[in-house]
Ligand binder design. Sequence first.
Ligand SMILES: [Zn+2]
Length: 216
Amino acid sequence: MIICPECLRGMPLLNGTSCRRCATPTIYPVEECRRCRKARPAFDRCVALGLYQGTMRDALLEMKYRNGRRLVPLLGAMLAERLRRELSGEMPEAVTFVPMHRRRERERGFNQARLLAREIAGHLGLPCVGLLERTRPTRPQAGLSHEERGANVRGCMAVRRGARMPGALLLVDDILTTGATLSACSASLKNAGALEVVACVAARDIPSGWSVPSRE
Ligand SMILES: [Zn+2]
């Protein structure tokens, strides 16, 4: 299926109440949902455009596996608009992104998170900086359990040597599922001096077995 800009503009977005930290839809707005209280991710909050289903899922699969660079400008613009609204006076100092391992990025030819981050940074008038690198290749997170995902990415993200660390950062990826990858990145950024990390994703995927929305 080929996604046209009209499909993207018309897709349902996340507009209801959610967990401020992980963007899971909830019945009431909450600072932290039950899952975040139990295992707190290292990022401070998450802004997500939509759920990983329907048109959004098709668009992200196209962007990733069928070289859908043409979708990046529109998705980036939609995310920037959402961020302006949700962060209002608390804009971060810089935008960064979840890195791919060098070998995988060479194979794919691009890193979709980096493309989105650059687009968003352009709209917000912020610098886009590559702060992180993968120290080893990891298995794809899709198909792994919650625990396996955590173990798969643990210790695999390092801050690049000589990087100047801004205090407040926006960390961009395409999808958040359990949050293990974004949390591993945020932990490394904070260890290197970042004070606040806002995760920003096009889609919030809800792992199977999660009941959503739930009364917290
Ligand atoms: Zn949460």
